[in-house]
Design a protein around this ligand. Structure first.
Ligand code: HEM
Ligand code: SF4
Ligand code: SF4
Length: 515
């Protein structure tokens, strides 16, 4: 499994590098696949509501109403029909990429299982919505789907009377089943929306909107596509004639050719067993147990910053239990906490400048303490050679280990968001290093969701605890890159080192003294 993830990760890294170059890192669609899923859902929902105004829900007039939509009102309802189709197709594409990417990044394991297992029924609903939608057009493709689906459903032992009898010929055609499809095509998306909401319940500040430029670019592409290749029907359904050939939408209908080669019952079995295996992925193999943060009430003043910053909503602020004069205290929900350490980075009491005896902050991971980080920073200073001395604080997912070979000292932690900004000040002002580099995941695509966002805001003085003004920003470098971008990471470090070494010795000293 780890090997498969590595291969996928490398493939994504290559594709993402191209998109980074084209769209810029913050608008890279790969970093916003979940948000794009929401976006396409809303386009499908809005265009669907518009189409419903003109659609005739009776089986005899459905086709004619869709023809009216497509031809007579091509400039409005016609475009809406195409948008409805293309946004639905795009939804399937982004969801499959989203699944593969989350899998390759391992963002499904251990306590992060929830989004994954709620995603599995979502997949089923996406298909129910798509297939029932194609049915409603009542053209020759819909006829093919209606017959194939009802024969397939008849292989299940639930239906007394075979459903396929409805579609034997035009005299047996009843509107009952068609009405059921209309009903399902309206209610399945509502249930899908509920599942989408459930899907992100363990995410604080879930990203459900793509960045504006990406949203506008995507909408314009869909409109242009709709004008150039409008969605059309494939000739009216006629149950007295078997359709000679139909054009399939492979995003939604790929299962139908399979029915030609696999018996329906077996295909159900494959899909159900496949879904069960997919649902078990977060535990294949079981994730290693990790420590969750410990709150030290002696040092917690109840400020709530850790509560604001936790990306997984794993901290609650509760009434004080130790009689201290503060109103609240932080309490960690160990079932939701994924041990990213970001709460430590946000705690105002997590600072290396305190006396060693008082170095325990309000909240920290027992296996990655602030005292350890301070020790490592001081130890790093002993290891430097003659070149510019750079301490790299890197997250475990940045692949920054490779930077060790470049005469720099790398201190890793679960997420860069765990690093209190005071450490940068500490390393520079105490002359432990000439420069500090922070190496984390790509901007807006942190393994722990929000670690890089919070770090950037803290460095810019927009979020507490912020980096003090006195720190010389020229001696701080950040490298936000996807894991697997080792060469670009090394280049970032080399550039920084070259810049630091290019400083005349006097200037280096002046800058050091200024801190
Ligand atoms: C309509 C379909 C889907 C939509 C709209 C969607 C949307 C999202 C969104 C908005 C996020 C949160 C991103 C963030 O704020 O960090 C997310 C996370 C995630 N989704 Fe989906 N998703 C869909 C389907 C799926 C499916 C089918 C799966 C897998 C079977 C899946 C697995 C995940 C995982 C593993 C995460 C990350 C969880 C974590 O960070 O702990 N999603 N999705
Ligand atoms: S370690 Fe991460 S997930 Fe756990 S409480 Fe702290 S910020 Fe939240
Ligand atoms: S950030 Fe620190 S001091 Fe503030 S509530 Fe959390 S643990 Fe307590």
């Amino acid at each position: 499994m780890a090997f498969l993830k590595r291969i996928l990760r490398n493939l994504f890294a290559r594709a993402e590098a191209v998109f980074d170059w084209t769209f810029g890192q913050s608008n890279n669609p790969f970093s916003h696949l979940g948000a794009l899923g929401w976006y396409f859902f809303w386009i499908v929902a809005a265009s669907g509501i518009y189409l419903y105004l003109f659609f005739d829900t009776g089986i005899t007039d459905a086709y004619a109403s869709v023809e009216y939509i497509t031809n007579d009102q091509w400039y409005a309802a016609g475009i809406m029909r195409s948008l409805h189709r293309y946004a639905s197709d795009a939804l399937v594409i982004v969801v499959f990429l989203h699944i593969l990417r989350e899998f390759s990044l391992d963002r499904l394991r251990g306590k992060r299982f929830f989004a994954w297992i709620t995603g599995v029924p979502l997949l089923w609903f996406i298909y129910i919505c798509g297939i029932t939608g194609y049915w409603l057009v009542w053209d020759s493709l819909a006829q093919y789907i209606a017959i194939a689906t009802s024969e397939w459903l008849d292989t299940l032992p639930f239906f007394g009377e075979p459903i396929a009898n409805n579609f034997l010929n035009s005299s047996t055609l009843g509107g009952r089943f068609f009405t059921l499809m209309v009903f399902m095509h309206i209610f399945a998306p509502l249930f899908m929306l509920f599942l989408m909401w459930l899907h992100i319940q363990r995410h604080a500040r879930a990203r459900v909107n793509p960045p504006r430029a990406l949203a506008v670019g995507t909408a314009v592409t869909l409109v242009v596509l709709s004008l150039v290749y409008p969605a059309v029907s494939q000739g009216p359904a006629n149950l007295d004639v078997v359709p000679a050939s139909v054009n399939l939408d492979w995003y939604y209908l790929a299962v139908y050719p399979l029915l030609e080669v696999i018996p329906g019952g077996q295909l159900w079995l494959v899909l159900v067993v496949g879904s069960i295996i997919l649902s078990l992925m977060p535990w294949l193999p079981p994730a290693r147990e990790v420590w969750t943060p410990v709150v030290s009430l002696q040092n917690c003043n109840g400020c709530g910053r850790c509560f604001d910053d936790c990306p997984f909503g794993a901290i609650a602020m509760e009434p004080r239990s130790d009689g201290a004069s503060f109103a609240l205290e932080a309490v960690v929900d160990t079932h939701h906490c994924v041990s990213c350490g970001i709460c430590t980075g946000s705690c105002p009491t997590a600072t290396p400048f305190r006396r060693t005896s008082a170095i325990v902050p309000g909240i920290e991971l027992p296996d990655n303490t602030i005292a350890d980080l301070r020790e490592k920073t001081m130890a790093a200073a002993q290891e430097f050679g003659d070149e510019a001395r750079i301490i790299v604080y890197a997250c475990d997912h940045s692949g920054a280990e490779i930077l060790r070979e470049n005469n720099s000292q790398v201190i890793t932690m679960p997420c860069v968001g765990m690093l209190p900004p005071a450490f940068i000040d500490f390393a520079l002002s105490r002359d432990f290093a000439d420069g500090v580099m922070l190496a984390g995941c790509a901007e807006g695509d942190c393994y722990y969701r929000l670690g890089d966002d919070w770090t950037i805001q803290r460095l810019d003085g927009k979020r507490d605890p912020y980096l003090r003004q006195r720190v010389d920003r020229d001696r701080l470098e950040t490298s936000w890159l996807p894991s697997g971008s080792s060469r670009r990471r090394v280049r970032d470090l080399q550039d920084f080192k070259t810049w630091l070494e290019g400083l005349p010795p006097k200037e280096r000293k002046r800058r050091r003294n200024r801190d």
